[in-house]
Design a binder for this molecule. Structure first.
Ligand SMILES: O=P(O)(O)OC[C@@]1(O)O[C@H](CO)[C@@H](O)[C@@H]1O
Ligand SMILES: [Mn+2]
Length: 493
């Protein structure tokens, strides 16, 4: 099991994570603040108390969590501050002096936040009166009782998943407390840029989709399955293009994504796509009027820009092939992890696709708008997706969302953050089963489509993780590897 990695001292704030070296090479440890190295004994104690491995945390000096909290999160906050400042004139034009005052106050709150983070201050209660504030405050209490009263819940001492989500919620607070700029999306520029920079790839995908739509009726079941696998993999690798991992730096798709699939195949560490396919096929049932009914597929979205287009293309294929009768998209209700999809991004992407100066791209956009209008597609943004909970908490803490997902025949979870929440962002042994790591979460058959960008990975073959660790110490965080990992609650009955 990999517990601790140490960072070679590196002052650069390059987007990609710095090189990691193994636990045995302690010469390069850089101590930060008063962070204590947890011993194997401490970790074992936590596991004994909670019955599960400990949460990944910045308290493990040199770990990816530590590097993220120490370097990447402050960089993201600095960019947020810079973006707000650069938009000062726009705020003045729109709202006059009030807009400029709001800009100043928001920046001052964000600088304070960055300082709290960098000096490992206690996590503060939220008092902005937003709908979800109570739930965040209850979660803070929960963390405090899990941690014991000795230390306050703080940026470097508490679970990484929690503090990282909390940072984005505090960015929301800084804007929300400052009308008239409350609904300014600080990450919007990066998301739209990622879309425009991927135009060539988007055109290639829409053109391919058009060809498929035309010939769909002639495809044999095998050919349909082959096309499904292709578009599933395009959506999988679309997850490489997120902006949070690169601290907001440009990260788009240039050439045709379909051409790279064969070369990328060896980097899929777990491929359960045949189980995803059989789930879709077995959801086809004879309906009342003699017509076959097919699956409802839910897609828990991750990033806007190119990744979202790959998801829409997959969803279009599912519906136009008849494999799905309905697709429900789940997105975020506030700007989140730099590049995640909000309702505005979702609508904007469809509108931009419609307005494109390319026949098949605009045709796809019109088709997607029609699916939305007719209710074949729908978009939902439950507040639970922007809370810090592990998904095993969903049934108790967001029962109505759990019930909604139970109505699906298949739920696709896109991206790394969703994987972290599915597995609780814990230091699992790599050979632990995905079903075990889900800890009871299973509203419906589900599949994670994720490129690896955080050091949690379960469901590998014995020795597979060790081999990768010895060859490429950053295999879990480089975005080079991916998984298509499936679980069905029905197969346990
Ligand atoms: O969910 P996504 O978009 O695939 O990735 C989000 C992400 O970049 O944010 C975190 C780093 O700050 C990592 O867990 C993860 O790699
Ligand atoms: Mn994301």
């Amino acid at each position: 099991m990999t517990f601790v990695y140490f960072e070679k001292y590196d002052k650069t704030l390059s987007g990609r994570p710095p090189k990691l070296c193994s636990v045995t090479d302690t010469s390069c440890i850089k101590f930060h603040l008063n962070v204590q190295l947890p011993t194997a004994k401490m970790m074992a104690a936590e596991q004994a108390v909670h019955g599960v491995p400990p949460s990944l945390s910045a308290k493990v000096v040199g770990s990816f969590a530590y590097l993220t909290v120490k370097d990447r999160l402050p960089t993201i906050l600095t960019k947020v501050i810079d973006t707000i400042h650069r938009n000062k004139n726009k705020f003045f034009e729109e709202f006059g002096e009030e807009g400029v005052q709001a800009e100043k106050k928001a920046i001052s709150l964000l600088s304070k936040l960055r300082n709290e983070l960098q000096t490992d201050k206690p996590v503060l209660v939220l008092s902005d009166g937003l709908e979800d504030a109570d739930s965040w405050n209850q979660y803070l209490q929960r963390q405090q009782s899990l941690q014991g009263d000795q230390d306050s819940v703080s940026w470097f001492k508490s679970p990484w998943l929690y503090v990282e989500c909390y940072m984005y919620r505090r960015v929301m607070e800084a804007l929300w407390l400052n009308p008239p700029i409350s609904d300014f999306d600080v990450f919007n520029e990066g998301k739209t840029q990622s879309f425009f920079e991927s135009q060539q790839a988007v055109v290639a995908l829409c053109t391919y989709l058009e060809g498929l739509r035309k010939n769909m009726a002639e495809l044999s079941e095998n050919q349909l399955c082959e096309q499904f696998n292709k578009l599933l993999q395009v959506s999988l690798w679309g997850n490489k293009c997120d902006l949070s991992i690169s601290a907001g730096q440009e990260n788009s798709q240039k050439g045709s994504p379909l051409d790279s699939l064969a070369n990328l195949r060896p980097f899929i560490l777990v491929d359960d796509s045949s189980l995803v396919w059989s789930t879709l096929v077995s959801a086809q049932r004879p309906g009342d009027s003699g017509k076959t009914t097919s699956a409802r597929v839910d897609i828990v979205l991750d990033n806007a820009g190119f990744e979202l287009v790959t998801d829409l293309v997959l969803a279009d294929f599912l519906v136009s092939s008849g494999l799905a009768r309905e697709v429900c998209f789940h997105g975020k209700s506030m700007p989140w992890f730099v590049s995640d999809v909000t309702a505005k991004d979702f609508q904007w992407t469809i509108r931009q696709t419609m307005a494109a100066n390319h026949k098949f791209m605009s045709k796809s956009g019109v088709q997607w708008q029609t699916y939305m209008r007719d209710g074949v597609w729908s978009y939902h943004d439950h507040p639970f997706w922007t809370q810090p909970h592990e998904f095993c908490d969903m049934a108790a803490d967001a029962p109505e969302l759990y019930a909604t997902l139970q109505g699906a025949d298949l739920v696709l979870f896109k991206g790394d953050l969703n994987y972290r929440k599915l597995t609780g962002d814990r230091d699992w042994d790599h050979t632990v089963g995905f079903d075990v790591a889900l800890r009871g979460f299973g509203p419906a058959p589900l599949c994670s489509l994720r490129t690896l960008k955080a050091n949690v990975q379960v469901g590998l073959q014995p020795g597979q993780g060790e081999k990768l660790s010895s060859q490429e110490p950053d295999w879990m965080t480089s975005g080079k590897y991916a998984v298509v990992q499936f679980y069905s609650p029905h197969s346990e009955q």
